[in-house]
Design a protein around this ligand. Structure first.
Ligand code: C2E
Ligand code: CA
Ligand code: CA
Ligand code: CA
Length: 278
């Protein structure tokens, strides 16, 4: 039995080594492709449920591989976070998003804001506020046109660091939303202490609206947000039933395949041009 344990332990160690080697390999490749300008930023529109108007867009990074899109963000973003590379990538995404926003402003139905995701390693960087202010200035994005999305788990991770950083960002006029809301473990007390504007209802709760459970969680989150004076956006909206249900709850905005998938800036421009104004 002892030998058996020992053997499986060795296999386990070999597995770990393989896994570590694979991770380092992906990180090296990612850094290389980032430095040679191979990453892209795609955009997904955000729609106001009452008016059916486009109000915003979320910037989502893409890493194109040799044959089509190989690495999904769910795989490489955690590695970029682990390696610290996300700090540089995040700033680049913000600069790209700012340029994209500005380039669309000639359209009558241009989104009036753009949302960018922020990761924990970016919050640990004491320069975060200065860096963001600098990028906004040099890329001429008004702070009120920027929304930063941080996940609920980040917001609860190191409350002191995060609360003061968010406070400073909000003071600049930047809108702050809590991403994947409902999947973390925030208490009402913690939530109330956060200087934020919006709760982004996680896709998992929107999916339930179709299958009987009737969106009890979405309903609860919208009610909570309203009591706290926060706005709400639903993500992963795929059907008109879901959109109708959310509108009925008083949810403010929606984002999802029902309206559009994330797309390149050129495709988004075309999509906006073809969209019949509400
Ligand atoms: P997220 O911020 O929660 O983004 C929403 C994800 O849902 C996106 O996946 C989007 O493509 C997908 N989605 C949108 N509408 C629908 C829908 O109707 N149905 C379904 N099934 N999915 C939908 P994506 O682009 O693969 O990004 C995954 C995650 O990677 C993001 O989740 C975010 O956490 C992270 N991420 C992406 N870009 C960045 C970035 O620039 N910086 C950071 N820090 N994280 C990023
Ligand atoms: Ca997001
Ligand atoms: Ca989300
Ligand atoms: Ca997510």
């Amino acid at each position: 039995a002892k030998k058996h344990y020992h053997e499986s332990h060795e296999y386990f160690m070999a597995d770990m080594e393989d896994n570590t080697r694979w991770r380092l390999e992906v990180i090296r490749h990612l850094r290389q492709d980032f430095q040679s300008n191979k990453l892209q930023v795609w955009y997904q529109p955000q729609i106001e449920l009452n008016s059916n108007r486009v109000v915003g867009m979320e910037a989502l990074v893409r890493w194109p591989g040799e044959n089509g899109f190989v690495q999904p963000p769910s795989v490489f973003i955690p590695l970029a976070e682990y390696s610290g590379l996300i700090v540089e990538i995040g700033e680049w995404v913000l600069a790209e998003a700012a340029d994209a926003w500005r380039s669309l402003q000639d359209l009558p139905n241009a989104p009036h804001r753009v949302a960018v995701n922020v990761s924990m390693p970016q919050f640990r960087n004491r320069m975060l506020i200065d860096r963001i202010a600098h990028i906004l200035g040099s890329h001429r994005l008004p702070p009120t046109a920027l929304e930063l999305e941080i996940t609920e788990s980040i917001a609860m991770d190191e409350p002191k660091v995060v609360i003061s950083a968010l406070g400073a960002l909000k003071e600049l006029g930047i809108r702050i939303s809590i991403d994947d809301f409902g999947t973390g473990f925030s208490s009402l007390g913690q939530l109330r202490a956060l200087p934020i504007n919006c709760l982004k209802i996680d896709q998992s709760f929107i999916r339930e609206i179709a299958n009987g459970r009737g969106g009890m969680y979405a309903e609860t989150i919208v009610a909570l947000a309203s009591k706290l004076g926060l706005s709400t956006i639903a993500e992963g909206v795929e059907t008109t039933e879901q959109a109708g249900f959310l509108r009925g709850l008083g949810c403010d905005e929606a984002q999802g395949y029902l309206y559009a998938k994330p797309m390149t800036l050129a495709d988004l421009r075309q999509w906006l041009e073809q969209r019949i104004p509400a």
